[in-house]
Design a protein around this ligand. Sequence first.
Ligand code: ATP
Ligand code: MG
Length: 213
Amino acid sequence: MRIIGLLGGTFNPIHLGHLRMAQALADALQLDEVRFIPSATPPHKVAPEVSAIQRAEMVRIAISDNPLFKLDMRELERTGASYTIDTLISLRKELGASVALCLIMGSDAFIQLNTWARWQELLNYCHIILVQRPNTIKQSKLADELAALLEQNYTESIADLSQKPAGYVHMQAISALDISSTVIRANLKTTHSIRYLVTNDVLNYINLNSLYG
Ligand code: ATP
Ligand code: MG
């Protein structure tokens, strides 16, 4: 079965932490493809100061040299809040039932999963792959319903993920880089450089378009 990773995010801007994480998962899980899916209107964030089109453009630039990485624009083609469940339903329609979909999320995203629209339905459409992000508060207690979701659907086995198209939760150890878009935006408001946190082409795009000033 083909196995595709899905990495949703605001990508405001995309940074080396995202790219390294996607590559590490592609290697560990033997993914055939990783789709980067920029959120047009993130339901849980204040509206980003940089447009969805520009955030997506930075993703396109950042991944263009990697044949495994694809940009998926479907959330920009819808109106209203960008709900992951709608994206998954749309992907399933397009790709059919015989491909395994792995929704990738950092631990910071997972601890809030029970606030997502129709979150209980997500595993009907995909597996969930968790990666530990540096400096997320480890002790932060998982809500009971998320602990139950983990316990009932957890697999340690990577082979399981390509045995069925959806339904497992898997935690994958990677050496995640301690980079966040929040810190990058903060650096850009000062005179601090963001070199080596984003790709050179993304850095040039930000400068050329005077983003995050
Ligand atoms: P912000 O600080 O604006 O929230 P971010 O750096 O967290 O930005 P997002 O676009 O919110 O980036 O992240 C998209 C996805 O990538 C989330 O699931 C997040 O947990 C994950 N992620 C972001 N940065 C890293 C990183 N350095 N290592 C591993 N996962 C990451
Ligand atoms: Mg984030």
